[in-house]
Write a protein that binds this ligand. Structure first.
Ligand SMILES: [Zn+2]
Length: 412
């Protein structure tokens, strides 16, 4: 089942050949390759995780490309509707777009990587036609079950042209946390251009590379995430596909993200220029900015391991919360397994009963937290830490403590 990963020597955006590696995380398992009990005898595939900067267009990217069929197979376990924060965020996004673009029953909204319809449902509730596109069978079935028309496919130039030829061009295209995932970055962006109506807008969300670097969020680097965007890199990527980045908003979600408004017509507002200037001023568009990242990452790792070992020696019982992809990277990169952590709790019933890739910690239902009352809970999806600590108020009331790994390991 394992195809070899391809190692990229050309920039995914501009084709430049001077990629400069500034961080190597080593051979990591697939971050979402959660194993069922009957799969534990298998050897898990591992792939190198090297992060590079392109001096020509400023795009940060990983070199390896794991075949998407392997990354996003039929049993891809991520269902967007499992996080309350994401649902609230999506509802607000939809309400703003409906108002701003005066959308109605004659409009068409397309979401790329629509998952289980977590976002499109809010348009549908208002009677606005929607079309989801997603390659993963499980989430697609869930979307269809709630009445959201969804194509099970990878989006790119060809599919966009087919839809446009069939008269299904979009007033709004949503693409949240997917641009970084696509193998053919340029084809995906060209597809957005082909699918948009003349005056349509693509509203794209992607994590901001500045937050990744400044906050030491190295655990957001995994094989699914091929690119890590700055506004400088994005503006060039869109421009080369005859699109214009016209507005940028800062979002707090996922540890700091960008919301990008992309149209055919060039009419950039002040926000774009402000970001470009700030990135030039801080040096985010140059390799120097990334030079000390590797040593900072190594420091976070050693501080976290030292902290857990000290607690463990003192007799503490430690568990993890949230079997998120970033948890796989954090646990594997730091080498944190069963000798330090008993299990990882997760609300997603599709993950319960499976194990975390690589370190093979069992994933259990959150009810286990109050049953066993471990002394510490290591919060792996730190981007949802407020929500998680709220949900676990009872655990805290009974004396439980939380550990958050980044930007630096801390007990709270
Ligand atoms: Zn480039």
């Amino acid at each position: 089942m394992t195809e070899p990963a391809a190692t990229n020597r050309c920039c995914r955006s501009c084709g430049g050949r001077d990629l400069s590696v500034f961080l190597s995380l080593g051979d990591m398992p697939l971050s979402d390759g959660f194993l069922a009990p009957e799969e534990l005898a298998q050897t898990e595939p591992r792939f190198p995780l090297d992060v590079a900067f392109c001096p020509s267009c400023a795009l940060v990217q990983i070199l390896e490309t794991v075949p998407p069929e392997q990354l996003f197979g039929a049993d891809y376990p991520y269902f967007s509707s499992f996080t309350d924060t994401l649902l609230e965020h999506s509802a607000a996004n939809v309400a703003a777009r409906i108002e701003e673009r005066r959308l109605d029953g004659n409009s068409l909204i397309v979401e790329l990587a629509s998952n289980d319809g977590y976002l499109l449902q809010f348009y549908r509730q208002r009677g606005i036609p929607v079309l989801g596109i997603d390659p993963a069978a499980g989430p697609v079935a869930a979307a269809r079950a709630r009445g959201i028309e969804t194509l099970q496919a990878f989006f790119g130039r060809d599919l966009a042209q087919q839809l446009a030829a069939a008269g299904r061009r979009a007033d709004v295209i949503h693409a949240n946390n997917v641009l970084a995932h696509v193998v053919d970055t340029r084809g995906f962006v060209a597809g957005i251009g082909a699918l948009l109506k003349e005056d349509g807008v693509a509203v794209i969300e992607a994590p901001y590379v500045k937050e990744l670097i400044d906050q030491g969020q190295f655990d957001t680097i995994y094989h699914e995430h091929l690119c890590y965007f700055s506004v400088t890199a994005l503006a060039g990527l869109f421009q080369r596909q005859a699109l214009s980045l016209n507005r940028v908003e800062a979002l707090a979600i996922h540890g700091g993200s960008l919301r990008l408004f992309v149209e055919r017509r060039e009419r950039a507002d002040r926000s774009v220029d402000e970001y470009l200037r700030a990135e030039r001023a801080s040096g985010l568009d140059r390799l120097d900015y990334y030079a000390d990242f590797s040593s900072r990452v190594m420091r976070i790792r050693s501080e976290l391991v030292t902290l857990l070992q000290r607690l463990k020696r003192g007799g503490a019982r430690i568990a993890g919360y949230g079997a998120a992809a970033k948890g796989t990277i954090m646990l594997n990169f730091a080498g944190i397994g069963g000798e330090l952590i008993d299990w990882v709790a997760d609300r997603n019933v599709h993950k319960q009963g499976r194990t975390v890739p690589g370190v093979r910690l069992p994933i259990v239902a959150p009810a286990r937290i109050l049953e066993e009352q471990p002394d510490y809970l290591l919060i792996l999806p730190w981007n949802f830490k407020e929500e998680i600590m709220q949900q676990q108020a009872e655990y805290r009331r009974k004396g439980g403590r939380f550990i958050v790994p980044v930007p630096q390991p801390l007990i709270i």
